[in-house]
Write a protein that binds this ligand. Structure first.
Ligand code: ARG
Ligand code: ASP
Length: 717
């Protein structure tokens, strides 16, 4: 109980003062208390109530969570905007050699042409409630971490049940400040979300992976979807009878653009940041794990790159995979670079020294926090080999497509967790979909090469005790001949054959012995065994310890510096972040403007490089200055702009709003010098990148001739 009192009084301090404008991802229900005044000082003309209100319609009603990203409603018929890279997998799923929407773009000219996307959802927030006290009520200081987690889980179950009983809503509770606070989110989740439009890749992904994570940028990174509901305007599974959703609110779109210094805010779903990790936590990420992941992904990318050049079909098959693998590969490089460049680890060490001195200056504090940093350091060192083993398992073991594919069948044969009959049926049903999707995009020669390359790395880099058992066969019987091993495995496995797998799945009497005996499944089993015996038990315990240290460290830092307004790390819940449109100087002697233009696209044009091809139609519009209402005051088409808004992965597709709350762009990326921002945000160097709303509308209207969509929107001229 005493702990609770300290905790509550501690949070009462928040909001008293001091902050760094531009940094922080704020909880919308708290901005009245914490941010409203500052936002207004920066130029915002809205109130907190305009942004988040439970009883009246507010901006939050127009923000949707979609898988992996954010989207926003921009018409009274449920039209949503998000990024091209967020719709990429769906666009690809609808693409074939004959109808290559990924390359050529796709535009539904009427609603009946809009394409359904199984598995896609759009979730809208209904309300947020602080449930910290309710959770802490069931906890006591005598509990172990495991008991604590169990009690919290049970309470969360009760709370979410109570919050949704008798409604069609869903709910979840998430920890904030590493479990020092808890919030309950109630949502309405729509399941029929259809693809309405996407520009061709040489607009939507212009600059490709070369320009990714970089400024200056010229990517038209947007796509258009629509939410459908049943006749009562409620969520429903896909049905032809569904109708366009009528939202409580939709965003207005401004054609006024932005100038340097303008107030902007981004409203969306950042996934995960770790701003409060102790230096040792940062170090293991950027100095140990990132280099491993980068190295392993480079192996895959080199093979992908070589193979897709040879065959157009393979290029479509591997487009989405390549983008995903390359995205992490590049980000981690920028992240490690940024952490080193700004000596983030050194700065954290210095702070930790101060912290220890502060803790030791008082008897009570000494008892609570005196050893915290040392304990954290020790646990981080202990967990390091396990983290490395785990990373190889994920990136090298499961980096092989066929291994990952086979692993999705593992539940059918897992002796540790036998499936009940109904669960088994469900699993088989969903596996049918998995099979369909896997083979649509599977090209075995690539995977065989990847298999050899990744296993070689795995074998050479990882100590024997952390190698899965199949390496003893590879190193023994096969004398380390990766090719021979691959040949045999791929020849013998049934997981390379759609027909064989489907035949087994469709046999109601199947006992799945064939899966069990399969050589790829045996690899999966040995990865699972390794995880079970050598990784999970120790890693689990250490993770729990680290979680406790992290939670305590968070609380202690807040106690040490009550004058700071602490924002919670991102955890895939809805956040608001704000700042200003701002240019920056990335390095010595270089200065970047805050926006790019259509002219820059022609400057970058290179017909010989796939990512820099410019469509004839776009060039024609440029030559004729056929810009409609979408040019800026200088008669140019602005393509992208940057601002100092603190965003993260998951914020892609989020609306970037001006001082009136009007949409001026769609957020899609960050700059190279700022990719370390998930671990250490630096307002001088971190920028979010958005595609200008006018470019989006210009492409929809002038380029694609889908002006009927613009007519649906509310445009502010
Ligand atoms: N870097 C952005 C994000 O993290 C965009 C990624 C998609 N683009 C790409 N070229 N892979 O999601
Ligand atoms: N591109 C990221 C996303 O997909 C956004 C970012 O990391 O800044 O969410």
């Amino acid at each position: 109980m005493k702990k609770l009192v300290i905790l509550i009084s501690l949070f009462a301090f928040i909001g008293l003062s001091n902050l760094r404008a531009d940094e922080g991802m704020w909880i919308p229900s708290l901005i009245q208390e914490l941010n409203e005044k500052e936002m207004q000082d920066l130029g915002m003309m809205l109130t907190a109530e305009d942004i988040y209100s439970v009883n009246n319609s507010s901006l939050k009603d127009a923000i949707v969570k979609i898988p992996g990203c954010t989207g926003e409603i921009v018409s009274d018929q449920g039209l949503i905007l998000t990024n091209h890279h967020c719709g990429y997998g769906r666009i690809q799923a609808h693409s074939t050699l004959e109808n290559d929407y990924l390359t050529d773009g796709f535009w539904a000219m009427k609603k009946s042409e809009e394409l359904p996307n199984p598995g896609m959802y759009a979730r809208i927030l209904i309300s947020i409630e602080d449930v910290t006290d309710k959770i802490y009520n069931v906890l006591n200081d005598g509990m172990t971490e495991v008991e604590r987690d169990k009690a919290i889980k049970a309470k969360i179950k009760e709370l979410t049940k109570a919050a949704t009983e008798g409604t069609h809503y869903d709910a979840f509770v998430r920890p904030f400040y590493y479990g020092n606070k808890y919030y309950l989110f109630v949502n309405e989740t729509f399941k029929d979300v259809r693809l309405v439009g996407a520009p061709p890749s040489n607009i939507g992904k212009f600059g490709g992976d070369t320009d990714n994570w970089m400024w200056p940028r010229h990517t038209g990174d947007f796509s258009v979807f629509r939410i459908y509901a049943n006749k009562d305007n409620k969520p429903a599974e896909y049905s032809e009878d569904n109708v366009p959703y009528k939202p409580k609110n939709h965003l207005k779109i401004s054609l006024k653009g932005v100038d340097e210094g303008d107030f902007t805010m981004v409203f969306g779903y950042p996934g995960r940041t770790q701003e409060y990790l102790p230096s040792y936590g940062v170090e293991i990420n950027t100095e140990v794990l990132n280099p491993i992941k980068i190295k392993l992904r480079a192996e895959r990318l080199n093979i992908f790159k070589r193979e897709v050049e040879k065959d157009k079909k393979v290029r479509i098959q591997y487009a989405s995979k390549t983008a995903g693998v390359a995205n992490g590969w590049k980000k981690w490089q920028g992240e490690t670079r940024g952490i080193r460049r700004f000596d983030a680890i050194g700065k954290k060490r210095a702070f930790e020294k101060e912290f220890v001195a502060w803790a030791n200056a008082d008897e009570t504090r000494k008892e609570l926090y005196g050893d915290l940093i040392a304990n954290y350091e020790k646990a981080t060192n202990d967990i390091k080999p396990l983290q490395i083993a785990y990373t190889y398992m994920r990136e090298a073991g499961y980096g092989i497509e066929i291994v990952r594919f086979a692993s999705s069948f593992y539940p059918l044969i897992d002796a540790d967790k036998p499936l009940a009959a109904d669960k088994r049926q469900k699993t088989i049903k969903s596996l049918n979909g998995t099979v369909e999707r896997f083979f649509k995009n599977y090209y075995q020669p690539i995977d065989e090469e990847v298999f050899e390359a990744l296993l070689k790395r795995y074998n050479e880099d990882v100590p024997v005790e952390y190698l899965p058992a199949f390496f003893s066969e590879l190193n023994g019987k096969y004398k380390g001949d990766y090719q021979k091993y691959a040949d045999r495995i791929f020849k013998k496995s049934i997981f390379t054959s759609k027909e064989k797998i489907e035949k087994i799945l469709s046999n109601p009497k199947a006992n799945f012995k064939a899966f069990e005996k399969d050589p790829v499944m045996k690899m999966v089993a040995s990865l699972k065994q390794l995880e079970k015996d050598k990784i999970k038990p120790y890693r689990g315990k250490l993770t729990t310890d680290i979680q406790k240290y992290q939670r305590t460290f968070m609380k202690a830092q807040m106690e040490m510096q009550p004058e700071i307004r602490w924002y919670p790390d991102a955890n895939s819940t809805i956040r608001l972040t704000y700042g200003q449109v701002k240019a920056f100087e990335p390095m010595d002697a270089v200065s970047y403007k805050h926006y790019t233009t259509l002219e820059g696209i022609l400057e970058k044009e290179n017909p010989d490089i796939y990512d820099y091809v410019v469509e004839e139609k776009l060039k024609e519009l440029y030559r004729n200055k056929d810009f409609g209402q979408y040019a800026d005051k200088n008669g140019q088409i602005v393509v992208c702009f940057i601002a100092a808004n603190h965003t993260s992965g998951g914020n892609s597709g989020s609306p970037i709003l001006n001082k009136h709350g009007h949409l001026v762009g769609i957020n899609f990326d960050r700059n190279w010098e700022g990719t370390m921002s998930d671990l250490s945000y630096d307002p001088n160097y971190c920028r979010n990148i958005s595609v200008d709303a006018r470019y989006v509308l210009f492409i929809i209207d002038k380029f694609a001739g889908a002006g009927h969509l613009v007519e649906e929107m509310t445009i502010i001229k």
